[in-house]
Ligand binder design. Structure first.
Ligand SMILES: Cc1cc2nc3c(=O)[nH]c(=O)nc-3n(C[C@H](O)[C@H](O)[C@H](O)COP(=O)(O)OP(=O)(O)OC[C@H]3O[C@@H](n4cnc5c(N)ncnc54)[C@H](O)[C@@H]3O)c2cc1C
Ligand code: FES
Ligand code: FES
Length: 1339
């Protein structure tokens, strides 16, 4: 048989004939390593973030159309792109071009990028939609991003920029909320959309030669595997006979996942997607036939098109299928994944298997041994597959899906941690066939009723394969379709499917409750349909309050609104909304991150060897097998540490590499260096470590307290007379509360490149927030002076505290040791899972509190104890606890306050710095206490808060007097502008009218002391060079990680020098230019580096002053030229020390911060009480940023931080093996990678998101009267938490549960559902725990 042995494809218009491709190479790897394109990014390598999105286009012969698919480059095999055109973000335009592509242009203009790491993927996801859909609507555009994550922006600006291309944008009302005040700017989504008249995306140019490309059989013979592409069934069968164990490849999504995560090796792969019989889509009178290679996207499109063409009962099948297809993976996954791949992979979490079983689908298979074709019902096949496994020789050709009959009803459901791009916690599909029967009740006319003829109840994620509940199905047969039957069936279901705490996936109570809740929904859905379509036959009366849950929630399009003061006239550039200075290069993919710096030609790669035990003695490390691997260079361990073995952040309590004992899973035991990245990774897996496990193993806070296992010292603050306070209190309540930790999930994982130079000098490129920290700690570990090391940082793809501490610095140390030892450059880039395992999250917390107050609600005394889970070493846990204790008053005057904090030492990865640094953890608890008091007194929480606010000149519990205190005014303003009271009335009405959907609203406040707990950290330097052509180079010590620091410092320089901002360029951070910089943290960087820049520019101005006076008519260029010839120094180093700060002094209850940033917010949510799903309907945030230096950049920070906070208190849940998660090995972190750990996505943002900056409130204590911005609004996500809690409270009251209840954080869908205690939860948790049951959490 003739087979070609090469691939032909185009990348951004350039033809490539590739003869050396290896089947293991992903398209992403090829683009980055062979085409040297840096636009497509590696964020996760598992289809979970969208950073690698590219467009694959091919000519479809059958339809004679160009088909475009936005896909995850990390999942596509390079061998599958023959005949395709690949467009990466670089293919759209470059900043070198005259003009940017309109998508890139609008992203830049509308602040849609911050760190920029996700931006190329976002641009390409949108580009895919614009090329695929002729006239995309706003809804189409919102949906196009379901496969992309951004950790910085909060998504709203991306949606605004993208929706400017929507064909229906004219329908928006742009006149709403226009400002009448000339000093106020109100910018809305609606205005932005209409500012752009053009909706067209420039036409895509498909290479003409590819129009004639003939699909041919391929055989690529790689180094370790072979790739075949068969073009006919006959060829496939012949190949399978020749290679019986060959792996069939359809969309390659699961083949790639199995390779990556299960280390599966395939010596022969056969691609089948070009076989015509496997691509049929046909409709007949009673059903449809879907070819196995039909992509999920195509199948979805087809079902949608059928909706118009089918009679209403047949439509039910398509609707049930669409319920799954619409939320299947993401756009990128749906464009790759196929129906056949889904069925044949047979995963327990398959979205399709349950619904196809409910439809009674039949499979057409071919046995390759005898070429026989046969049909088998999917229900039987699944059982068979489970029992016997699928034989290698079975090929799925197609699946036949019968349409529903007249009296047949079906629906499918899925609940996952996050609505979009998530695997199910449970997925299920129910089918019922009814017949009408007449029942002679009395002498009158017989009563017509519905009887159940047959049912299918199919469940996924509840067992190792899709199961049908045969006993319950048997029970239901021949019974009447009525509420009583349903209730009895629920009991049967529970009996039929017991799960326990050891069941994989855990959450047994929740999963069982979901199963019955969904079946109850199905009952409502069918009954409602029967009432609508067959009213002549009697069915149960449904209460109107039940109806809203019978049909799926329809989410409105999201919108945003931003309000701020117009630029003060006195300012020239500062105060204007300059766009992010890297926005264009973010959009074109030309922005370089550490991972984009090419490895030098003699460079080596490294991979970590991590401990697999949580607490153990290392008995031996055997490197023999690894050393035998070709390309192996070295194993680096503690034996290679030439300087100090001990390192750390605040205290040196960690070994650079462990000598004898490891204290958590994921401890870096050593590092393998090899001549390729893959080689290093493979070799690292061959290092054999023998352990002796030690005891006691301590994982949780409670266990640590029991064993008195702590890090650092006891911390406490006292204010007033606590005893007296409680005596004066008319009421005292006690409480306990837990809050989980959070993973940073910056899009760029940790990366580092160390290059050795002559005489042991070292240059390090690192994705760090703390260049000086890297320099110092590397120098100490190597035993060399700091001046031999230069650390460079261009920009980082998000940090949020996670690239600051010793967790990150230890990677740089390891790579540096290797580079000096081997005298060659060494690179380390962490994959997502490793990054999440070793980088350390924020601490989880446990709180105990006692609060005293009067009957009118006046707070009198608060006694609070905080325990944090610091992990195995100190890292920053002690200063984090300090900051938490310093903020446990928030904005309330308790008069008498005592707080005590202890960091628990456990055998988990050390917790580390995280945006907010202990403050969100303090504010959540204090707001929880306020809610507790409000519930106890049955008073409106908003009134209680107002009554207890600090006033101007009040003292905090650490003796700082509050001045310029705007909080009471801001609160009153927000209560009014958010229509709080009116909306609360509407919510009460809604909750009365809806039993299973509930709404809640909450308002909270926040006060944040920006900065550090140590005075020495408040210092900064900047360097200004002015060249003879008048251009300016600015360098300072702060890392640009998306927060717009460089943009603001450029504004400052332009303002002070009074020149055009385009004349100034900002340089990378380098420790040889700026020494001893504090880490970029604590929202202080604009204050510090802005002030240092200002100081440098003022020095220059001072030197230029005589010339300016002498030659007033000189322009800038003439002035600089003259200055040079007059030998004036045109370079200046600026320095800044923040005044009025002091070391935090716990012994004397004293701290002093330069100022506080304050804010308040109001959020309204709607929850589905049967599943725990929720939507944020509206959020209003009012922040005091003084006079903002750049309002749009600051608003971006508010939105991004708020959404990160929403993640913290809702979807983001860290789970590790502990007492509450017995299905996991103790101490093991389950939530690694985007598959298991969910950060908020586009679909989770407030539907209506309104941000205002408080006006006329200049801050006298910071540069240009501004305030630090990055951290504060993360804390106001508490409003979402308490709005959810209020909604749950409403449901509980309906069910006669009127007592105060505890809802621990995060409020995951599991916690929400289980707190919505009702008869269904009672069945799963038992009578005793009814109303008090707490879903598990890892704390
Ligand atoms: C980020 C991400 C999100 C996902 N989301 C979902 C989701 O929401 N719901 C869901 O159900 N799944 C999801 N998946 C899983 C996966 O994408 C789907 O199961 C997909 O349908 C598999 O199809 P494929 O064509 O890519 O299969 P492949 O990876 O090509 O193959 C999968 C398996 O099926 C076999 N196979 C494929 N076709 C045939 C055939 N015709 N005959 C015989 N054997 C065959 C292969 O040999 C292989 O063993 C997700 C995966 C990722 C990475
Ligand atoms: S890198 Fe491909 S989706 Fe994350
Ligand atoms: S801008 Fe999206 S991840 Fe940073």
């Amino acid at each position: 048989m003739d087979r070609i042995d090469y691939l032909t494809f185009f990348v951004n218009g350039t033809e490539i004939i590739a003869r050396d491709c290896q089947p293991e190479w992903t398209l992403l790897w090829y683009l980055r390593n062979k085409c040297h394109l840096t636009g497509p990014k590696l964020g996760c390598g598992e289809g979970g973030c969208g950073a690698c999105t590219v467009l694959i286009s091919h000519h479809d012969e059958a339809s004679d159309k160009i088909v475009h698919r936005a896909v995850n480059g990390c999942l596509v095999s390079i061998c599958s792109v023959d005949g395709c055109h690949i467009t990466t973000v670089e293919g759209l335009s470059s900043i070198k071009d005259d003009s940017l592509h309109p998508i890139q242009q609008r992203f830049a203009e509308l602040y849609a990028s911050q760190c920029g790491f996700c931006t190329p993927g976002m641009v390409m996801a949108l580009y895919g939609t614009l090329n695929n859909i002729e006239n995309p609507t706003m809804k189409d555009i919102e949906d196009s991003f379901d496969g992309n994550l951004c950790r910085c922006t909060g998504y709203r600006p991306i949606l605004d920029a993208a929706k400017t291309f929507a064909c229906d944008k004219q329908s928006v009302d742009c006149n709403k909320n226009q400002s009448v005040d000339p000093t106020t700017i109100i910018s809305t989504t609606e205005n932005k959309l209409l500012n752009y008249s053009d909706t067209q995306c420039p036409v895509f140019l498909f290479p003409p030669s590819l129009l004639k490309h003939k699909v041919q059989s391929i055989h690529i013979s790689g180094k370790s595997s072979e790739w075949y592409r068969s073009t006919s069934l006959a060829e496939l069968i012949a190949l399978k006979r020749e290679h019986p164990t060959a792996k069939i490849v359809s969309g390659h999504t699961m083949v790639q996942m199995d390779r990556k995560f299960k280390d599966k090796k395939y010596s022969v792969l056969i691609a089948i997607s070009q076989i015509s019989e496997l691509n049929v889509i046909e409709k007949s009178e009673h059903g449809m036939t879907i070819g196995a290679c039909t992509t999920i996207a195509k199948f979805k499109e087809y079902c949608q098109s059928c909706l118009q063409a089918l009679p209403s009962h047949q439509m039910r099948t398509c609707q049930a299928l669409l319920s799954q297809l619409n939320i299947f993976g993401s756009q990128q996954i749906r464009n790759l994944a196929t129906v056949g791949g889904n069925i044949m992979h047979g995963s327990p979490i398959s979205s399709l298997n349950p619904v196809l079983q409910a439809c009674d689908a039949k499979l057409k298979l071919i046995n390759c041994n005898n070429s026989e074709e046969y049909e088998i019902p999917l229900r039987e096949f699944c059982l068979l597959k489970k029992k016997l496994g699928v034989e290698h020789n079975q090929i799925l050709v197609s699946v036949y899906i019968p349409f529903a009959e007249k009296n047949e009803y079906l629906q499918s459901y899925k609940q996952s941690k996050r609505r979009k791009l998530d695997i199910p916690i449970i997925t299920c599909a129910f089918q019922v066939k009814l017949e009408q029967v007449s029942i002679q009740v009395n002498e009158c006319a017989p009563d017509l009723k519905w009887k159940i003829q047959s049912t299918c109840l199919a469940l996924g994620s509840m067992a190792p394969y899709t199961i049908t509940m045969s006993k319950t199905q048997d029970y239901l047969r021949d019974r009447p379709w009525c509420r009583q039957t349903m209730k009895d069936a629920l009991k049967c279901l529970l009996n039929e499917l017991p799960l326990d705490e050891f069941s994989p996936g855990g959450q047994p109570e929740y999963r069982r409750t979901l199963m019955t809740s969904f079946f109850f929904k199905f009952y409502l859905f069918v009954t409602e349909q029967l009432r609508e379509t067959r009213p002549e036959i009697s069915t149960d009366e449904l209460s109107p309050s039940e109806l809203s849950i019978a049909t799926p929630y329809i989410r409105n399009l999201s919108r945003g609104e931003q309000e701020f003061q117009s630029k003060p006239n006195s300012n020239y550039i500062v105060g204007s909304s300059h766009t992010h200075n890297s926005a264009s290069v973010h959009g074109t993919g030309e922005a370089k991150y550490t991972c984009d710096i090419p490895t030098p030609s003699d460079g080596l790669y490294s991979a970590l060897v991590l401990s697999t035990e949580p607490y153990a003695k290392i008995l031996s490390i055997d490197t023999t097998q690894a050393e035998a691997m070709p390309g192996f260079k070295a194993f680096i361990s503690h034996l290679d540490v030439t300087g100090s073995l001990m390192t750390g952040d605040v205290v040196n309590d960690e070994e650079v590499f462990p000598t004898t004992t490891i204290y958590c899973i994921g401890t870096i035991i050593g590092m393998v260096v090899a001549d390729s990245e893959e080689g290093a990774q493979q070799a690292s897996k061959l290092i054999q470590v023998k352990y002796e496990c030690l005891e006691p193993l301590i994982v949780t806070i409670d266990q640590a307290v029991e064993h008195q296992s702590y890090s650092g010292r006891e911390l406490s603050l006292k204010f007033g007379d606590i005893e007296q306070g409680f005596q004066e209190s008319e009421h005292i309540i006690n409480g306990e509360f837990y809050m989980g930790g959070q993973e940073h999930f910056y899009l760029e994982t940790n990366c580092c490149l160390a290059i050795p130079h002559e005489r042991g000098e070292l240059e390090i490129y690192a994705s760090t927030q703390n260049a000086t920290g890297v320099q110092e700690k590397v120098a100490a570990a190597l035993g060399i002076p700091s001046h031999k090391i230069v650390v460079h940082v261009k920009r980082i793809g998000g940090g949020f505290g996670g690239k600051d501490s010793i967790r990150h610095i230890r990677l740089c140390i390891a790579v540096s040791i290797a580079a000096l030892k081997l005298k060659r450059p060494v690179r380390l880039t962490l994959d997502r899972n490793t990054d999440m395992l070793i980088s350390g999250p924020s601490s989880s917390f446990k709180y105990l509190y006692k609060v005293g107050f009067t009957s009118s609600g006046q707070f009198k005394a608060l006694d609070i104890t905080l325990y944090s889970n610091g992990g195995w070493s100190q890292d920053y846990s002690v200063p984090i606890m300090e900051r938490a204790l310093l903020h446990c008053d928030n904005v309330y005057s308790f008069k008498n306050l005592k707080c005590y904090g202890r960091v628990c030492k456990t055998h988990t990865q050390s917790a580390t710095a995280y945006r907010g640094f202990g403050i969100p953890q303090a504010i959540l608890i204090i707001e929880n206490i306020v809610e507790h008091v409000a519930s106890y007194l049955m008073v409106e929480p908003v009134k209680l808060r107002r009554m207890n606010l600090y006033a101007e000149n009040d003292s905090t519990h650490f003796q700082q007097i509050l001045i310029h205190w705007h909080i009471p005014k801001m609160w009153d303003e927000l209560v009014k502008s958010s229509d709080y009271y009116q909306r609360m009335e509407s919510i009460k009405k809604f909750n009365r009218e809806n039993h299973y959907r509930k709404r809640g609203i909450a308002m909270n406040l926040a006060k944040l002391a920006l900065g550090f707990t140590r005075k020495y950290m408040y210092q900064a330097s900047a360097l200004i060079h002015i060249y003879r052509d008048g251009t300016v180079l600015l360098t300072h010590g702060g890392t640009e990680m998306g927060q717009g620091l460089h943009t603001k410092t450029l504004q400052v320089a332009a303002e002070i020098l009074q020149i055009d901002i385009t004349l100034i360029r900002i340089n990378d951070i380098a420790t040889d230019k700026i020494p001893n910089a504090s880490s970029t943290a604590g929202s202080t960087s604009s204050d510090l580096y802005g002030s240092a820049t200002k100081n440098a520019c003022e020095q220059i101005n001072e030197r230029l002053k005589p010339l300016r006076e002498e030659f007033p008519a000189y322009n800038w260029f003439e002035l600089i030229s003259a200055a040079y010839y007059q030998r004036i120094n045109l370079s200046a180093q600026g320095f800044y020390q923040t005044p009025h700060v002091a070391d935090v002094d716990f012994a004397n209850n004293f701290a002093h911060y330069p100022y506080f940033t304050t804010g308040c917010a109001c959020s309204e949510v709607e929850i589905d009480t049967l599943t725990g799903d929720f939507h944020i309907l509206r959020t209003d945030l009012l922040m005091d940023f003084g006079l903002s230096m750049n309002p749009n950049i600051d608003i971006g920070q508010i939105e991004g931080a708020f959404m990160q906070g929403v993640g913290m208190v809702t979807v983001e849940e860290l789970i590790w093996g502990d007492e509450q998660h017995k299905w996991l090995p103790p101490g093991c972190l389950f939530t690694q990678g985007p598959g298991a750990y969910k950060v908020p996505s586009f679909n989770d943002i407030p539907i209506d998101f309104r941000i205002s900056l408080f006006k006329n409130a200049p801050n006298p204590f910071a540069i240009f009267s501004s305030k630090g911005v990055s951290e504060p609004s993360i804390t106001l996500s508490t409003t979402v938490f308490f709005a959810i809690k209020n909604a749950i409270g409403s449901y509980r009251r309906d069910n006669n549960l009127n007592e105060y209840f505890v809802l621990n954080s995060p409020a995951t869908c599991e916690k929400i559902r289980m707190a919505c205690a009702d008869s269904l939860t009672k069945e799963t948790v038992g009578e005793e725990q009814h109303g008090t049951f707490q879903a598990n959490g890892s704390y």
